[in-house]
Design a protein around this ligand. Structure first.
Ligand code: SF4
Length: 291
């Protein structure tokens, strides 16, 4: 298999075949993200190359492949007809395939619109991981996410209507001290409007080569303490009323908050309250991420 640039995948795709369909990220402006800041620039691989990699995997692993992930920052941005073609080809080569997943930001999903998303769902694209990050428009602008709360809601609803599973990532602490409450409340509002299949929590960790790390050093952004993050998570979960599965499947989080919402809400709030009673020294130390 041939890979270009950093290869990231969600933890839930640990057992998946990774075939690169795109390189880099067409947006590449988020102030907290270091992944492609040093390149390579965004590009779409030729269909023939993607198919050749799928054929190689078929020769090597054949029937063992159950799930497929097309890595790189925003594979949903590739031309719809091309993504649909490689999805169909993957299902043809691996008839036992249970899932094809990509990363996709709301702005690129929104640009596709409902018809193209339906075309992708029919071609066998089965799940999209979206970096919602926050539902607060102030923070979305500050972190240069390139989208708005209303666009994120519409994009999420279209994904679901297309029969594609939707996984939304939320970054706890991404608004800093100033917008912590707004972040929790506005994010709960957006998630309630979408009711995604999955909500996945991450906790903000500053990364090298990012504008946000620079802002922290200039004292223009204050990173939340562990207790402040837990209070933010508490407010978010307390206001989250949609039916969804909540995961904390990431090393950055202070507590493992997993369950079905809203059924497990009281249990998760109690878990957070237990964490709030701990000394902050019990949680992981502050660090600057390098990957
Ligand atoms: S967070 Fe996602 S959309 Fe933003 S720059 Fe990084 S890869 Fe691109």
């Amino acid at each position: 298999m041939r890979y270009v640039g950093p290869i990231y995948r969600p933890p839930s795709e640990a057992d998946s075949l990774l075939i690169q369909a795109t390189v880099g990220c067409p947006h590449n402006k988020c102030t907290f993200c270091m992944v492609y800041k040093k390149g390579p620039p965004y590009s779409v691989r030729p269909t023939a190359e993607i198919k050749t990699d799928l054929e190689t995997a078929h020769r090597l692993q054949g029937r063992r492949i159950k799930t497929l992930f097309f890595p790189a920052g925003n594979t949903i941005a590739m031309p719809t007809a091309q993504l649909a073609e490689v999805c169909r080809y993957a299902h043809h080569l691996f008839p036992q395939l249970e899932r094809i997943t990509v990363y996709g930001s709301s702005r690129y999903i929104y640009r596709k619109g409902p018809e193209e998303l339906r075309e992708l769902g029919e071609a066998g694209l089965s799940r999209i991981h979206v970096g919602l990050e926050t539902g607060d428009d102030h923070i979305l602008k500050a972190i240069k996410k390139g989208t708005t709360a209303s666009e994120q809601i519409q994009a999420g609803l279209w994904v679901k209507e297309a029969g594609i599973e939707l996984s939304e990532y939320v970054i706890l602490g991404i608004g800093g001290n100033d917008r912590s409450e707004a972040h929790a409340l506005e994010t709960a509002k957006v998630l309630n409007a979408i009711a995604p299949d999955f909500v996945r929590l991450r906790t903000f960790v500053p990364k090298v080569n990012t504008l946000l790390l620079h802002q922290i050093r200039e004292r223009r952004f204050k990173v939340l303490s562990p207790h402040e993050v837990l209070l933010e998570a508490r407010l978010l979960l307390d206001n989250l009323n949609c039916s969804t599965r909540l995961y904390s499947d990431h090393y950055t989080n202070y507590l493992n908050l997993e369950g079905r919402m809203p059924d497990d809400k009281e249990r998760l709030l109690s878990l957070i309250d237990e964490g709030l009673a701990w000394d902050e020294g019990r949680f992981r130390a502050f660090f600057v991420g390098t990957q």
